[in-house]
Design a protein around this ligand. Structure first.
Ligand code: PGA
Length: 248
């Protein structure tokens, strides 16, 4: 399995920030891992033009329908047309800000697969859910409800992102990360059989160059979904290098 360093720019970035892409490209001309950058939709086409063959680009959301009267929304086919190969779906900020349910994420994931995109489906518990011991129940429900039966290791990436670790500088212990990643692998294996061993499982939430190596040494962590530290090429490059060097 080829590991994956994915960057989520969220609602950050204008044309001037595309210089970061050139810098990442220059630092990793022949990367030993897959690199994915998901800019705001306004930059997707221009970033895709600059990314070259070594960097994949993706959207941060898509609509479940192929086209139609949905003002302000973007279809999976439109993302593909703008150069995307991937799309992040069910990010906790979408679930919180836009009330996205597992069923809606599942419909969007189906639309992404139909458009030939790889879906990066996000799951993760809130701090309150962790505090009352519901982490695995919540993650299990999100996995079951958000991923369609048609997904395969070629079209699905799962990102475990504890909500309380996103943008906070707080990171779970390595044992906590391992527990959830082992659980996700087991749930996917129960559902998809042997192919589940090839589904990339990303950890996300306050990944930085300084903590990436130990996170990547954790069992069943096949890469990262990075927010803040993906905005600057020097930071993201450090994370890419840590993933390239990861042994476990
Ligand atoms: P962060 O965001 O790296 O800024 O914590 C991660 C994410 O939300 O994907």
């Amino acid at each position: 399995m080829r590991k994956l360093a994915a960057g989520n720019w969220k609602m950050n970035g204008v044309a001037a920030n595309l210089a970061e892409v050139a810098a990442i490209r220059a630092a990793h001309p022949a990367p030993g891992v897959d690199i994915l950058l998901c800019p705001p939709a306004t930059l997707l086409s221009r970033m895709s033009d600059k990314a070259g063959a070594a960097i994949f680009t993706g959207g941060q959301d898509c609509h479940a329908a192929a086209s139609g009267a949905h003002t302000g929304d973007i279809s999976a086919a439109m993302l593909a047309d703008a150069g995307a190969s991937h799309v992040i779906l069910g990010h906790s900020e979408r679930r919180a800000d836009h009330g996205e349910t597992d069923a809606q994420v599942c419909d969007k994931t189906q639309a992404a697969l139909a458009a030939g995109l790889t879906a990066v489906v996000c799951v993760g518990e809130t701090e309150a859910q962790r505090d009352i011991g519901e982490t695995l129940d919540v993650v299990g429900q999100q996995l079951a409800g958000s991923i369609p039966d048609t997904a395969t290791s070629a079209t699905l990436v799962v990102a475990y992102e504890p909500v309380w670790a996103i943008g906070t500088g707080r990171v779970p212990t390595l044992d906590q990360i391992a527990e959830v990643h082992d659980f996700i692998r087991a749930e996917l294996t129960a559902r998809f059989g042997d192919d589940a061993a090839e589904i990339r499982l990303l950890y996300g939430g306050s990944v930085k160059p300084g903590n990436a190596a130990e996170i990547f040494a954790t069992p069943n962590v096949d890469g990262a979904l990075v927010g803040g530290a993906s905005l600057k090429a020097t930071d993201f490059s450090g994370i890419i290098t840590a993933l390239e060097n990861a042994r476990r």
